[in-house]
Design a protein. Structure first.
Length: 296
C-alpha cells in the first residue's frame, strides 16, 4: 500500500511530468514481465500477441487495425538493459529540459519524439526498396522519444557537461552526436527499425528547440490535448491556457497584472550565454529571469 500511495501521489502532483514518464515506463515493463511469466508457467503461447498489440508494425495494413501503436510502442521494453539505459538518459537529459524549459516541455518532446520516430520508421519501411525487401517488422522502446530529449538538450545547452565514468567531463553536444552517429551507422545492422526511430527522434529534438527559439512552440497541440483529456478524467472543465514558452512572447507584450514579464530578446540572449559559457556564468538576475520564463 505504501508503494501504491507513492505512485498515486506522483501522478496526482502537478508539474511532475518527468517522474510520471519514468513511472509509466517502469509500470508497463513490470506488468508485461508479469504477464510473460504467468503465460510461460501456464503454457499459454500468447505473450507475443500481447506485444503485437502495443508494438508499432511496419505493415500499414496491420497499423490500420492498431493505430494506437504509433504511441504505445514508446512505452514498451522487453529487456532490462534496454529500459535501464533509456530511463537513465530520460532522467539525465529530461532533468535539463525541465530545469531550463519546464516540466511540460519534457512531455511535449517525449510524445513528439515518439511520433517522429514512428513516422520515419513507417516511411522508411514503406518507401525505401532495401527496407521493403526485409519484410514486415515491429519496433518498440522509448529510444526515439529519449533521443529527441537528448538532442533537444544538446541543442539548447551544447556546452553543458556531464561527468562520465572513466571518461570525465564531456559536453553533451558530443554525447548527442555520438548517439546520432551510432543510429546512422547501425541502419545496416540488426536493429534497422529502431535506428530509424532514433534518427526521427533526433530530427524532432533539434527542430523543436530551433522552433522554440524562433518563437514557435511545436508542443502546444500536445499539451492542449493532454489538458482536455485530463479534464475529462478529473471531471473539471479544462481552462483555455496558453502554453507558450515565455521566450516566445513578443517584446511589446505586457502582462495585465503583476510584474513585467521577461522579454523574448532577454531570454534569447540568456540562452546564448548559457550555450557559450554554461549556466554558472549567469548573474542572479539572469537566473531569475530564466526561472520565471521556465514556469510557463
Amino acid at each position: 500500500m505504501s508503494i501504491y500511495n507513492d505512485i498515486r501521489t506522483a501522478f496526482n502532483r502537478r508539474d511532475n511530468s518527468l517522474n510520471q514518464l519514468l513511472l509509466i515506463n517502469v509500470l508497463v515493463f513490470v506488468v508485461l514481465q508479469l504477464i510473460r511469466v504467468v503465460m510461460w508457467l501456464s503454457g499459454l503461447p500468447y505473450y507475443s500477441s500481447v506485444i503485437e498489440q502495443l508494438a508499432l508494425p511496419s505493415n500499414l495494413s496491420w497499423l490500420a487495425y492498431r493505430p494506437w501503436t504509433v504511441l504505445t510502442y514508446a512505452f514498451v521494453h522487453e529487456g532490462f538493459l534496454h529500459i535501464l539505459f533509456n530511463l537513465l538518459n530520460l532522467y539525465w537529459f529530461g532533468s535539463l529540459i525541465r530545469e531550463y524549459l519546464g516540466e511540460r516541455k519534457v512531455t511535449s518532446l517525449y510524445i513528439l519524439g515518439a511520433l517522429a520516430g514512428a513516422a520515419l520508421f513507417l516511411l522508411g519501411y514503406n518507401v525505401i526498396p532495401k527496407l521493403q525487401q526485409l519484410g514486415p517488422t515491429i519496433v518498440l522502446g522509448a529510444s526515439g522519444a529519449v533521443v529527441a530529449i537528448v538532442v533537444a538538450a544538446a541543442t539548447l545547452l551544447p556546452n553543458y557537461e556531464f561527468n562520465l565514468i572513466l571518461i570525465g567531463p564531456v559536453r553533451i553536444k558530443y554525447i548527442a552526436a555520438v548517439l546520432v552517429l551510432i543510429a546512422l551507422f547501425g541502419l545496416d545492422g540488426g536493429n534497422t527499425g529502431g535506428e530509424m526511430a532514433h534518427i526521427g527522434g533526433a530530427i524532432l529534438g533539434f527542430t523543436f528547440i530551433k522552433q522554440l527559439q524562433a518563437g514557435r512552440d511545436m508542443g502546444r497541440p500536445i499539451l492542449a490535448i493532454g489538458d482536455w483529456v485530463g479534464g475529462l478524467f478529473s471531471g473539471r472543465p479544462s481552462l483555455r491556457v496558453s502554453h507558450r514558452n515565455r521566450a516566445t512572447v513578443p517584446p511589446t507584450a505586457k502582462a495585465r497584472k503583476g510584474p513585467a514579464q521577461p522579454e523574448a530578446d532577454d531570454i534569447d540572449s540568456i540562452l546564448d550565454k548559457i550555450s557559450r559559457s554554461g549556466y554558472e556564468s549567469l548573474s542572479k538576475e539572469e537566473k531569475q529571469k530564466l526561472f520565471r520564463a521556465s514556469q510557463q
